[in-house]
Design a protein around this ligand. Structure first.
Ligand code: UD1
Length: 307
């Protein structure tokens, strides 16, 4: 990592800021490009001399050209991050989530980057036919957001064959941890439940609570991103643990961690909800030598302590 000059778009956001910390700890020079629409300056250690912040938008070609200058590697995380907003305003969402990556890929090609790593999502799979989901599973996204990520993967593959741009798309499963704002449009169930239980308020469970998810701690995701930047592997890769928990078990664990006895309210299930999700983590392990360091219990403890 030392000698690497890494551009992190969306570096002031939830996954981005943790990855920036990991890169700085490894001795990289980091430049963040962020429009601060959902990211925050306060997420970044801005006093560090190895860190620079450019405030600007990924769809602005001139800004991206400047941000890419002298860079050796790029991690592209900046996005319109809300699935719901992608349904309500698919034009804005496509502009950020398709034109954004295409702008970055073109700049990556011109800069001759060593590696381009970008955020994809488990949303590309839609409702799984069988579990765990391997990268070879059928793609059937259920939202504009998921479709945008699928299109991004296709663009990245095309830039590889047309121009030799080496890229790896990270299909994140359910990421949780500090700095995921419970009030934000992309807040996951864990940040919402931790927020409510720590105030001793009742969380809402959609449906019977038997839904299962593959939760990945954000510091593990940050390590996977760093490994991806410096690996020779190209294509797409799940970022998952391969283990799942259902929402009722999650609530039990959280009540223990937070010493709360708040009971959940059950309401009707979300019509767009997926019942079970679990990622096959074998490619993550074989390609990136990656094993999660954080058990769910440890991650929830750390999140509770930071909240
Ligand atoms: C997640 C991603 C989404 C992606 C999708 C694709 C997050 C925040 N979202 O959605 O970007 O498109 O995977 O696989 O990671 N729930 C409750 N009560 C609440 C909130 C949620 O019961 O207050 C339930 C939901 O109904 C769902 C589960 O918790 O069954 C997880 O919900 P959520 O954290 O929103 O993530 P996903 O729906 O899995």
């Amino acid at each position: 990592t030392s000698g690497a000059r890494v551009l992190v778009t969306g570096g002031a956001g939830f996954i981005g800021s943790h990855t920036v910390e990991a890169l700085l700890a490894d001795g990289a020079q980091v430049r963040v490009l962020d429009n601060l629409s959902s990211g925050k300056e306060s997420n970044l250690p801005l006093g560090e001399t190895s860190l620079e912040l450019i405030e600007g938008d990924i769809t602005d070609r001139r800004v991206v050209e400047v941000a890419m200058r002298d860079v050796t590697h790029c991690l592209h995380l900046a996005a319109q991050v809300s699935v719901i907003r992608s349904v309500e305003d698919p034009v804005h969402s496509a502009s950020q989530n398709i034109l954004g990556p295409v702008t970055l890929l073109q700049a990556a090609k011109e800069q001759g980057l060593e590696k381009f790593v970008y955020a994809s999502s488990a949303a590309v799979y839609g409702d799984p036919e069988s579990l765990p989901l391997a990268e070879t599973a059928r793609l059937a996204p259920l939202s504009p957001y998921g479709l945008e990520k699928q299109v991004d993967e296709q663009y990245a593959a095309l830039f590889a064959s047309l121009h030799g741009v080496k890229s790896l798309g990270m299909r994140y499963f359910n990421v949780y941890g500090p700095r995921q704002d419970p009030a934000s449009p992309y807040a996951g169930v864990i940040s919402k439940f931790v927020d409510l239980l720590s105030k001793n308020e009742a969380p809402t469970v959609f449906g019977d609570g038997g839904q299962t998810r593959d939760f990945v701690y954000v510091k593990d995701v940050a390590r996977a991103n760093v490994a991806a930047l410096f690996s020779d592997h190209v294509g797409v890769c799940n970022v998952a643990t391969g283990a799942t928990i259902n929402l009722l078990e999650l609530l039990d664990t959280l009540r223990d961690v937070l010493d709360s006895d708040a009971q959940a309210k059950h309401v009707d299930g979300r019509s767009d909800d997926i019942r079970h999700s679990c990622g096959d983590a074998s490619r993550l392990k074989s390609w990136l030598g990656f094993e999660p360091e954080w058990t769910l219990a440890a991650g929830l403890q750390a999140l509770a302590a930071a909240s």
